[in-house]
Each structure stands twice: as C-alpha cells, then as structure tokens.
Design a protein around this ligand. Structure first.
Ligand code: SAM
Length: 260
C-alpha cells in the first residue's frame, strides 16, 4: 500500500491532503496512508530547537543532523525497517509525471522537508536516496513540495478519482497537454462554446480534442512536443495524427504569413 511518512516541523500543513478533496476521499477509502514525524521530538534540548548557526558563518540557520536522522529512523521503523528517503530540495531532479506514476505504483517513501537555509549535508549523505525539486525556485520549506508530490501521486491510484478516465486524459498522461474544457452556459460574455462540442458527434469531438492537445503542446511546450513526436514517429504515427499535424502546420504557417 502507498504510504508517505513525512519528516516535518509543520505536521499541521498536511491537513491539506488529509482533510480535503480527492486525497481525503482516497485516504478514507483506505487507498493510502500518511504519518508525520516532527524532528522537534528528538531535539535533545529543553527548547525543542532543531536548528543551529552555519559553520563558516553567513545568514540563516541550518537544521541539525541528529533530530532529523532520529525522525527518519522512527519513520523507517514504522515501515518495517525499509523505505526510500526523498529529500524535497530545489537542488533535486524536477518532479515529473513519470516519477509520480512510478511512486503511485510503489509502497511510497519517507519525505524529508527542510526549512531555514536547508539541512546539514551529512544527513543527505547518510540517509537520502533521492532529491526531488518542485521547480527552479526556492520555497520557504519542503512541505509545499511534499504536498504537491503526495497529491499528484494519490490521484494516480486506481479508485482515487470518481471517473477513472480523467487521470488518463490529464496533461502529460500521454505526453501531451490536455485540451480546453467548457461547461454551461453555451455562451458566456458573448463567447460561444466551440460548435463541435455541442454536436454529439463523438468521433469529431475526439478529433477536435486531439488537435487542440497537439496544437497547444506544440505552441506552449515545444520540447515536450518534440519528445512526443519522436516517440510517435518511432512507433508509427496514426493516420489521424499525421493528418492533424499537417493541418496544424498549415494553419500556423498561414497565421505567420498573415502577421508578417
Ligand atoms: N538554501 C537552499 C538552497 O538554495 O538550495 C534553500 C533552502 S529553502 C529556503 C528551505 C527548504 O525548502 C529546503 O531545505 C527544501 O526542503 C525546501 N525547498 C525549497 N525550494 C524547493 C523546491 N524548489 N523544491 C523542493 N523543495 C524546496
């Protein structure tokens, strides 16, 4: 069973996944488990302080090794002595759909959340198996990154979503961005819904959605599109994919001509 053990100074932040939405429902359905481990419990001093000044000077504080390692040890023991340790860090590999899918198919991990200037490097050397980043920016702590990782992973579990098809149609599931979505009213502030979506013609709707996904990915995420295309070409483009790509190319050339 998927289980996350989170080493954090702010366990209350994890109510965001235990008390709302899809992750809460999945927890209630017994699809995953979570436990938080606060390193303050192992501070070893009367004040419960887990940070200290950095050797060599400089601004900020650093999380001490011992309370963190003891918290990780307690989490590991609760998991029967095993468990991969992931440190949420801006210096890690960016989190991807592929990594989320592989986590969803695993027994989870121990998620280590840093604060202040970060954690003593020796904890990383001794205990951490993998560093994962939410992106090229700096958060105040690892908790928001851990929450994002948990949420993205849990929604991939079979039975977590009411409609099983929706995760498969989300962005990245097939290497493309998702198509646009519309709901009632048919006309909003003078803007009508694309006619094809009202036609009831399933094949045309499927074709329109695929074309939108292809065009959006090509325009917004050229590197993702190039990867998708290389994979599809290696496998053989379907007739409809080849046709849509030609249409998109022609439309984009015509738009470029018009604007020049
Ligand atoms: N001094 C560190 C650096 O520049 O690499 C940043 C420390 S940051 C203020 C405090 C904690 O937030 C880090 O230890 C890490 O756990 C977390 N964090 C910050 N940015 C993150 C990101 N992009 N992804 C994942 N975790 C992040």
């Amino acid at each position: 069973m998927l289980r996350f053990d989170v080493v954090t100074l702010f366990p209350e932040m994890f109510a965001a996944v235990t008390e709302s939405g899809i992750t809460r429902r999945a927890l209630e359905r017994g699809l995953w488990q979570i436990a938080c481990w606060n390193p303050r419990q192992w501070a070893g001093n009367a004040y419960g302080s887990v940070d200290d000044r950095p050797f060599g000077g400089g601004p900020g504080m650093v999380m001490r090794a011992e309370p963190l390692e003891k918290a990780i040890g307690a989490a590991k023991a609760a998991r029967g002595g095993t468990g991969k340790v992931i440190y949420l860090s801006p210096q890690g590999q960016p989190l991807t759909h592929a990594r989320v899918k592989s986590l969803a198919g695993s027994d989870g991990a121990i998620l280590l959340c840093g604060r202040y200037e970060g954690i003593d490097e020796r904890v990383i050397a001794r205990c951490v198996d993998e560093e994962v980043s939410l992106g090229d920016f700096v958060l105040s702590g690892g908790e928001i990154a851990a929450l994002a990782l948990i949420d993205a992973t849990v929604r991939q579990l079979p039975g977590a979503l009411n409609d099983e098809a929706s995760a498969a149609e989300d962005s990245f599931a097939d290497g493309l961005l998702d198509c646009p979505h519309y709901t009632r009213p048919e006309v909003y502030e003078g803007m009508p819904v694309p006619e094809v979506l009202l036609s009831g013609h399933h094949e045309n709707i499927r074709r329109w959605r695929l074309k939108q996904s292809l065009a959006r990915t090509r325009e917004r995420r050229p590197e993702l599109f190039a990867k998708w295309l290389a994979q599809r070409v290696a496998r053989g483009l379907s007739k409809i994919e080849a046709q849509l790509l030609r249409e998109i190319e022609a439309e984009s050339n015509a738009a470029a001509l018009r604007s020049s």
